[in-house]
Design a protein around this ligand. Structure first.
Ligand code: ADP
Ligand code: MG
Ligand code: ZN
Length: 520
C-alpha cells in the first residue's frame, strides 16, 4: 500500500464525524428515575421504563435537555424550539424496548460550527495551505502564520439514549465470535446520550483528531460529561471517502465504528485513506459499509454492509409529547455558559500578551490551565512578565513530565504553582541558566524542595561575573588557535563551539548570554 502522504497528492479525503457523548454528570437516566452509575453491580439500576416493560411510560429528563442546549450553544448551533422524540426500531438484546428513543429530522440543536487551529506537524497532512497568504481563505480553510484554521460545520446535535452492555463469554477477547453464551447488563440502558454529527468538512485524519479533542474540551468545560474515551462515555464514528483532487463530487464512504481513542481515530482514518486509494486505483469499488479499526493489527475489517434509514422504521414516539422549549429556558441556559476554551485562549492573549499559538495550546488540558492560572495569580504584579516563561514551563516541561508517566495527577506534584513562579523567576533574574532550570525542575519533583533551596544546595548559581567569564574565554581561545584562525577566516558558525567549550570549562554554570556577547 502507498503511504498516506503519497495518496494525498492525488486524492483528497472527505471526512465527517458522528460523536456520541454520554451525559455522565446527570443523576438519572433519560426517561426514568434510575440512577446513573458507571461500574455498578450489573442490573441494579433498572426499572420498568428502561427495561421496556408493557405499559411503562417515559418522562424526559429536564437536566439532560439543559445539557444538550448547553452543548448546542457552545458549538454555535441554532436551538430548535419545537422538536419531537422518535422511535428507531431495532431488535438486539442490549435494548429491551426493541427501539431506541432518539430525535427525528429536527434535533434540539441544528446548524452549528467550530473552528480548528491546525499547526505544526499536523498541518502537513493538508496540502496547499502554504500557497495562501496569511489571512487568505480557500474553501473552508483560512491560512494563519503557522498553519491554518479549518472551519467545520455541525449538522446537528440530537438527544437519544444509550443501550445496555453485552458481555460475551467463552470467545476470544470477549468478542461474540466463538462465545458460548452472552450476558446483558441493563444499567447503561437509557443513559442520556447526545450525538453530534458534522458536515463532511474535515479533510485529514489530524483535523478529525483535533475536532474530537476540541469537542472534548468544550464538553468538559460545560461539565456535562466526564468524556472518557477509555470508559466509552465519548466515542466517535468516522465516515470517510476519497475523491480525485480537483473533483467536486463525493465518493462512496465507509464508516469506522466506535473509535475509542484519539490515536485510533487518526490512525484508523489514515489506514482507510490508503486502503480506499488502493482499491480505487486498481479499478475496484468502495462499498458503503461499516468497518472496525483494529489498533493492534493496524487494519480495518468489514463489520456489516450499510442498512438504510428505512430499516429503522423511524416514527414519532406516541408516548412522548412534542417538546417545546421556551425562550426563557434557552436564555437561562445561555446564562449558565462558562468561559469556553476559545474565549479563555483569547483572554490569555489579551491579558498576558501570549502568542495565539501558546494561548490555544495552554487551554487544551485542565491540569495545564489550573497550573498556569494559579501560577499567574501567585506571580501577582509580575504575572505579565512571567506569563511567557510560565507558559513555556507548562507546555514543554510539565506536559513532557505528565505524558512520560501514566496516570500522573500533576496537581498533587511537588511543583506547586508558587514553586513554578520561583523557578521561572530565577531564570528571568539570570540567577540560573535555562539549562540549569531543567535540572532544578526535575529536582523539585524528585526532592519536594523549593527551587531556591535546590539551587543553593547544588551550588548552581549561574556565573555572570564578566571577569571570571573573560578568564575562561582566554583559556579556551588559547587552547584552540586553529579554530580561532578558521573563525577569523569566516567560519562564524564556530561561535557555538567556543560557547560550548566555555560552558564545559565552567561546568555549565556560565551565563550563556554573557559568554556569547563577550566571545563575539
Ligand atoms: P448516513 O445516512 O450513512 O448515516 P449521513 O448523511 O447521515 O450518512 O452522514 C453521516 C456522516 O457521514 C456525517 O458526518 C457526514 O458528514 C458524513 N458523510 C456523508 N457523506 C460523506 C462522504 N461522501 N464522505 C465522507 N463523509 C461523509
Ligand atoms: Mg448516520
Ligand atoms: Zn429505569
Amino acid at each position: 500500500m502507498k503511504t498516506m502522504e503519497e495518496v494525498l497528492k492525488d486524492w483528497e479525503a472527505v471526512i465527517g464525524l458522528e460523536v456520541h457523548c454520554e451525559l455522565t454528570k446527570l443523576e438519572t437516566k433519560m426517561f426514568c428515575g434510575c440512577k446513573l452509575e458507571f461500574g455498578a453491580e450489573p442490573n441494579t439500576h433498572t426499572c420498568p421504563v428502561c427495561l421496556g416493560l408493557p405499559g411503562a411510560l417515559p418522562v424526559p429528563n429536564r437536566a439532560a435537555i439543559q445539557s444538550i442546549v448547553l452543548a448546542g450553544l457552545a458549538t454555535n448551533c441554532d436551538i430548535e424550539k419545537h422538536t419531537m422524540f422518535y422511535r428507531k426500531g431495532y431488535m438486539y438484546p442490549d435494548m429491551a424496548k426493541n427501539f431506541q428513543t432518539t430525535q427525528g429530522p429536527k434535533a434540539f440543536c441544528m446548524r452549528g460550527h467550530l473552528d480548528l487551529a491546525v499547526d505544526g506537524r499536523g498541518a502537513q497532512e493538508r496540502l496547499f495551505w502554504k500557497d495562501l497568504a496569511t489571512g487568505e481563505q480557500s474553501e473552508n480553510m483560512t491560512r494563519t502564520d503557522d498553519g491554518y484554521i479549518a472551519h467545520v460545520g455541525i449538522t446537528r446535535i440530537h438527544m437519544e439514549e444509550d443501550a445496555g452492555k453485552m458481555i460475551h463469554i467463552g470467545g476470544d477477547d470477549g468478542r461474540i465470535a466463538g462465545a458460548t453464551h452472552s450476558l446483558v447488563d441493563y444499567n447503561r440502558a437509557g443513559t442520556p446520550l447526545i450525538e453530534l454529527v458534522t458536515e463532511p468538512d474535515l479533510r485529514t485524519p489530524e483535523e478529525a483528531r483535533l475536532f474530537m479533542q476540541k469537542l472534548r474540551q468544550i464538553f468538559l468545560t460545560l461539565g456535562i460529561s466526564d468524556c472518557s474515551m477509555e470508559e466509552g462515555s465519548l466515542r466517535a464514528d468516522g465516515n470517510i471517502s476519497l475523491r480525485r483532487r480537483g473533483s467536486k463530487e463525493f465518493g462512496t464512504k465507509t464508516e469506522l465504528k466506535n473509535i475509542n481513542s484519539f490515536k485510533s481515530l487518526h490512525d484508523g482514518l489514515a489506514y482507510e485513506i490508503c486502503r480506499q486509494a488502493e482499491v480505487l486505483e486498481e479499478g475496484g469499488q468502495i462499498y458503503q459499509e461499516t468497518r472496525h479499526w483494529d489498533p493492534s493489527k493496524k487494519h480495518t475489517i468489514v463489520m456489516r454492509v450499510k442498512e438504510t434509514a428505512d430499516d429503522y422504521r423511524m416514527f414519532p414516539d406516541p408516548d412522548l409529547a412534542p417538546y417545546d422549549l421556551s425562550d426563557e429556558f434557552i436564555d437561562r441556559v445561555r446564562d449558565m455558559l462558562p468561559e469556553l476554551p476559545d474565549q479563555r485562549a483569547a483572554r490569555y492573549e489579551r491579558d498576558f500578551g501570549l502568542s495565539a499559538y501558546d494561548a490555544r495550546h495552554l487551554v487544551e488540558h485542565r491540569y495545564i490551565i489550573d497550573f498556569f492560572e494559579a501560577a499567574c495569580e501567585a506571580a501577582g504584579a509580575a504575572a505579565k512578565d512571567l506569563a511567557k516563561p510560565l507558559a513555556n514551563l507548562a507546555l514543554n516541561d510539565i506536559s513532557a513530565y505528565v505524558n512520560a508517566g501514566e496516570g500522573i495527577d500533576f496537581s498533587q506534584s511537588a511543583l506547586t504553582p508558587a514553586r513554578g513562579v520561583e523557578l521561572v523567576s530565577l531564570v528571568a533574574e539570570d540567577a540560573i541558566s535555562s539549562k540549569q532550570a531543567k535540572e532544578v525542575f526535575a529536582a523539585v519533583l524528585e526532592e519536594d524542595k523549593d527551587p531556591q533551596v535546590i539551587v543553593e544546595e547544588r551550588g548552581m548559581k549561574q556565573v555572570s561575573d564578566t571577569g571570571a567569564i573573560e578568564a575562561v574565554i582566554d583559556e579556551v581561545l588559547a587552547a584552540n588557535p586553529d579554530k580561532v584562525e578558521q573563525y577569523k577566516g569566516g567560519k562564524t558558525g564556530l561561535i557555538g563551539f567556543f560557547v560550548g567549550q566555555c560552558m564545559k570549562a565552567m561546568k555549565g554554570q556560565g551565563n550563556p548570554k554573557l559568554i556569547n556577547e563577550l566571545l563575539a
